[in-house]
Design a protein around this ligand. Sequence first.
Ligand code: 4AD
Ligand code: MG
Length: 477
Amino acid sequence: MRHTKVKSLLNSETTISEVNAKGWVRTFRNNQFIALNDGSTINNIQCVVDFENTPEETLKRITTGAAVSVTGALVESKGAGQKYEIQVSKLEILGDSDAEKFPMQPKKHSLEFLRENAHLRVRTNAFGAIMRVRSVLAFAVHQYFQEKGFVYVNTPVITGADAEGAGEMFQVTSLPLDNLPKNEGGNIDYKKDFFGKHTNLTVSGQLEGETFAMALGQIYTFGPTFRAENSNTSRHLAEFWMIEPEVAFNDLNDNMDLAEDFIQYVIKYTMDKCSEDLKFLEGRLADEEKQKPQAERSEMSLLEKLNFVLENNFKRVSYTEAIDILRDSTPNKKKKFSYIINEWGADLQSEHERYLVEKHFKCPVILFDYPANIKAFYMRLNEDGKTVRAMDILFPGIGEIVGGSQREERYDVLVEKMKALGIDEEELWWYLDTRRFGSAVHSGFGLGFERLVLFVTGMTNIRDVIPFPRTPQNAEF
Ligand code: 4AD
Ligand code: MG
């Protein structure tokens, strides 16, 4: 007999004379009631064991974490909290779990402890919910772009280019590190390396994505990206997933429209598909908020926050306006910011971004037209000669969730910019070709998938929304 998922059993329209379920024991109460979870839903199914007719030996093996197979009738439950339960007639222990040693005890664990047990934390309610939500969000990303006729492009993970020009890359090499080949000049001879050149893990698929947009019109990437930035924060990962759409003939306004529509779509899609998981996560967040002092508590519940994003336009504000607001803000005047904003041109820190979103505008904000010299080389220079057609989307509780721009489509201007920044033209000859042959206005953005998952799940540390986080000093599992 094929086993049925707990989710289907709980949603059954009728009682059933015999069903089989397989899963992991969450708790076993009174030698009688198993709370069984199989990952198909946040909810457990109650399995009632006929303890008088079950050998003592077997009962002892029904422990938290054990894998079991139960067969019996699906009957209406007399207990509160569930519509159906299984009246067990046959129980098989598939895999024992030593109750003394199993780390996921049926009690509240700290998130730090759970991170150290990332291989088992997914067996908890919270992490099961987070990972299901993550999966549905990923599907929604594809659904959105596919419905709109975008082509999904798989850009390379290993690359010679530094797409962001920020030098935060992990090197890829097969050279022996303890015996590096040297050239005549005494430098490392990368001609002897696997690819015959210096290579890295990609920080962004954008540059390759642009070449595809200039042929296929509208494309998106969705893949892992890597940053060797030593940022030990709750918003940064060394390995994260990025979604990068790129659209020919779109200007910066079209780009903002696309980003806003896209974010609202995937959130709506996930709210429709994951209502039970989100309800659970809303409760989790409410509990967490209760630990905070009143003044720091969020005014909105998780679902209220998500609905707020769906129902309100993102506020579009130029960098210059933002600087004026920040300069005149109370935390700036009272020197409460770690970085005081004095003049135009300052790079915004997350404290500033969060002030704008959470305190000043109280809604998602799109900042645009940043100073050229704090942004990447490929962004379209404005007529003023000092700002670029860049946009960042800032979210409450998250800060920057999207970074994007209209691209510099003019060959000469781009080459000049690269020269000024010391970016190797020869390395990017293929990128420059897009500007030499049929160049046109085009735009795109990158959305950090984990930051989106953070927002939707109401979690506060990015390490808790990716299965196995990679951060400085940590690559366990
Ligand atoms: O702003 P970034 O660096 O932009 C780019 O990489 C562009 N090439 C995107 C494009 O225009 N196609 O990164 C984009 C987004 C950020 O807004 C942030 O959400 C996320 O990627 N991100 C990170 N997420 C987690 N950990 C990190 N270390 C991240 N760095 C960036
Ligand atoms: Mg950015």
